[in-house]
Design a protein around this ligand. Structure first.
Ligand SMILES: NC(=O)c1ccc[n+]([C@@H]2O[C@H](COP(=O)([O-])OP(=O)(O)OC[C@H]3O[C@@H](n4cnc5c(N)ncnc54)[C@H](O)[C@@H]3O)[C@@H](O)[C@H]2O)c1
Length: 350
């Protein structure tokens, strides 16, 4: 704590790290006390822009600062694990950008370290904090859709490949669109379905467009030589209770971009996040679009940080339980294994 406020240390001050800093700055009971950033130029710019007392290139130095209560990890995916372990061992609470880690063994160790050191750990799955995410979950929990027995999940982009190394090099990202955006749609739909135990996964991955120099990226050029992740992935997940979902993700495709999910419920279906509901009333089709009467304008990324700090302060369970994130990472990991081995992967066997 610093002057009665929770002291936060940010590791990785790139795109999302700076957006998180703005979120923390809104809170009267929090102070951004330190940043760790490997790029000296970014470090200096961010330190000055946000007036942050401690700025270091080596994240381990943040861990020695006793006042720091919370470490917020915003590095490329591959560093989530070592930074989180170091933070938890130093008795810091950890909120970490998605995906929580690039493999399930690492997530297991992160969960064990959080338990051992009695600290909170949460993946920053901001979709759960969007108005459409929160309200849909409430509607589902009240039974309006009945049982969701199947879902189709799409995180499909037409020409939106993030060109930074953070996203295109497997040793930094752990994977392509599956790990970057598939994790978002999978996490929220998995949550909508009540986080059932996973039975098995079948997946395919392709790199069909990203190596082609004639393909134009809406977000700028990427290094074709360095791009070593998939540009497309699809898979089928079967749960122990017999329900299932299907996931399709891409950075580049010759189809319109599609960020959505179709939820097949026994009482009603929903197209999410538009919140279009379809059902039957006395032999009649009933189609409706749900929309907020009072719009919630607070960004979901900032709401998730507020939620995390409330959980730390009140010693409450976090909304995105690390065990749920573990199951999500197991699915993603199994999709790659399945694609490589050309067979279904039984999750218990990973
Ligand atoms: N929830 C969301 O909507 C969302 C959006 C974008 C990114 N993300 C996630 O945030 C993370 C970062 O993405 P980004 O878009 O900010 O990437 P970025 O490349 O803009 O920023 C990453 C920063 O981390 C720094 N860095 C790299 N290794 C480091 C280390 N060991 N210690 C300290 N700093 C280090 C880099 O220099 C860079 O400034 C990724 O995990 C990504 O999946 C989430």
């Amino acid at each position: 704590m610093k002057n009665g406020k929770y002291a936060v240390g940010i590791v990785g001050a790139g795109g999302i790290g700076q957006y998180h800093i703005e979120g923390w700055k809104k809170m009267s009971d929090a102070v951004v006390y330190g940043i760790a950033e490997t790029s000296k130029e970014t470090l200096e710019n961010v330190r000055l822009k946000y007036d942050i007392p401690f700025a270091v290139t080596d994240y381990k130095k943040l861990m020695d600062i006793e006042e720091i209560d919370v470490i917020d990890i915003c590095t490329p995916n591959a560093f989530h694990y070592p930074v989180a372990i170091s933070a938890l061992k130093n008795k810091k609470h950890v909120i970490c950008e998605k995906p929580l880690a690039t493999n399930s063994r690492h997530v297991e160790k992160m969960i064990a370290a959080a338990k051992e050191n009695r600290r909170k750990l949460m993946a920053a799955q901001n979709q759960r904090f969007t108005p459409a995410g929160e309200k849909t979950k409430e509607i589902i929990d009240k039974g309006l859709l009945g049982e969701i027995y199947f879902a189709q999940c799409y995180a499909v982009r037409r020409r939106e490949l993030p060109p930074r190394e953070t996203f295109i090099r497997k040793n930094l990202s752990g994977g392509g669109p599956l790990f970057d955006i598939g994790v978002h749609i999978l996490d929220i739909v998995y949550w909508f379905m009540g986080c059932p135990k996973v039975h098995s996964v079948k997946g395919i991955v392709f790199n069909k467009l990203a190596g082609n120099r004639d393909i134009t990226g809406a977000w700028g050029e990427w290094d074709r030589e360095k791009f070593d992740v998939e540009d497309f992935a699809a898979g089928f997940v079967l749960f122990n209770d017999g329900r299932a979902l299907q996931l399709t993700c891409s950075f580049l495709s010759n189809l319109p971009s599609n960020w959505s999910s179709n939820l097949y419920g026994t009482r009603a279906g929903m197209v999410w996040p538009e919140m279009k509901m379809f059902s039957e009333i006395y032999g009649l089709h009933s189609d409706s679009v749900l929309s907020p009467i009072v719009p919630d304008k607070e960004p979901s990324h900032h709401k998730e940080l507020r939620h995390f700090l409330d959980c730390v302060r009140d010693n409450r369970d976090v909304l995105v339980k690390p065990e749920e994130s573990l199951e999500v990472i197991r699915i993603l990991e199994a999709m790659y294994i399945s694609a490589e081995k050309k067979r279904e992967v039984i999750i218990d066997g990973i």
